[in-house]
Design a binder for this molecule. Structure first.
Ligand code: SAM
Length: 288
């Protein structure tokens, strides 16, 4: 017998979105709601579930919730996105690291890495600067992390304008419409499923990369509330950044940060047109 197609009422959709926001911090944009609604209706129809049954299942079936999360995230990304930040790393931050730390690997966290273009851009850049790098790439979406581990990308992950200063670094890996990284680059990158909205919970804390010298936390704040953005920034400052470590948000996102409530551990740095946070070193902290 054909299963009758389920249609969600606005109230049912709102309650499911509230559940999603509570568990992930994600507040979907209105343009994205239709896609989430279609996915849930299809799922309920396929499985023959009512909305209350689906909700109960979401609590006990981690796989089902992961699927909903994977459907609800926006994963737009590309190589060397916002290249000015990479230029700053190339010209100032990585050379300084090399001069002071020598062959010690720089620890980098690409938080909310999506498919991984950001993490691979960082790996290529560090290599080109003669710096060893240990990179953690994390995301809430388990599917994008699989893609990141595989290290194969479409040519469309390279944009013609933004990022073009670094095209030469990608060239050796380009073949037949694809960019394919071998183990020497892939091995610099470890993936982890981390839900940033639960950064304060013990289970998540255990997964957080510690003592990081560089953190990229870009293009993920747009989905979060003001309070959650602050909680994530301040927790990263406290738990994940090494003294003197730097944290980049997207240049489009700085306006979404309430600077009055930022942790006193974080100093705001402006280098030309590039803004980033720096974790104060102990002597600076002592002097306020
Ligand atoms: C637009 S992509 C940004 C990718 C990359 N950082 C960049 O700037 O190109 C946003 C990513 O944030 C992830 N995300 C959304 N909510 C998250 C959460 N609560 N914890 C961790 N990652 C999350 C999504 O899965 C998505 O891959």
């Amino acid at each position: 017998m054909m299963q009758e197609t389920v249609h969600l009422t606005q109230e049912e959709l709102d309650s499911l979105i509230a559940l999603l926001t509570q568990r992930t911090g994600i507040i979907p944009r209105s343009s994205h709601l239709e896609g989430i609604k279609n996915y849930i209706e299809k799922k309920l129809t396929e499985k023959g579930l009512s909305v209350p049954e689906y909700k109960t299942k979401l609590f006990v079936d981690g796989g089902l919730f992961s699927e909903l999360i994977n459907e609800s995230t926006v994963n737009e990304t590309y190589f060397f996105r916002e290249e000015k930040q990479f230029i700053l790393l190339r010209d100032r931050i990585l050379p300084m690291w090399k001069a002071t730390a020598g062959s010690m690997p720089v620890k980098i966290w690409s938080a909310a890495c999506s498919y991984g273009e950001e993490a691979y851009s960082l790996a290529l850049l560090a290599k080109s600067c003669g710096v060893n790098a240990m990179i953690t790439a994390s995301d809430i979406n388990s599917q994008v992390l699989e893609h990141c581990r595989a290290g194969v990308f479409k040519d469309s992950s390279i944009r013609s304008v933004d990022g073009s200063s670094f095209k030469n670094l990608l060239m050796p890996y380009q073949k037949e419409g694809k960019i394919q990284f071998g183990s020497e680059i892939r091995n610099c990158i470890t993936t982890r499923e981390i839900n940033l909205s639960k950064i304060d919970e013990m289970q998540t804390e255990a997964l957080l990369p510690k003592n990081q010298n560089i953190v990229f936390l870009r293009n993920v704040f747009i989905y979060f509330s003001q309070n959650l953005r602050l909680k994530i920034l301040n927790s990263i400052a406290e738990k994940c950044l090494a003294d003197g470590g730097v944290l980049f948000v997207s240049m489009n996102e700085t306006a979404q940060i309430n600077f009055n409530e930022i942790s006193p551990l974080l100093e705001k740095v402006m280098d030309g047109s590039i803004f980033y946070f720096k974790k104060k070193s102990p002597e600076v902290k002592a002097n306020g």
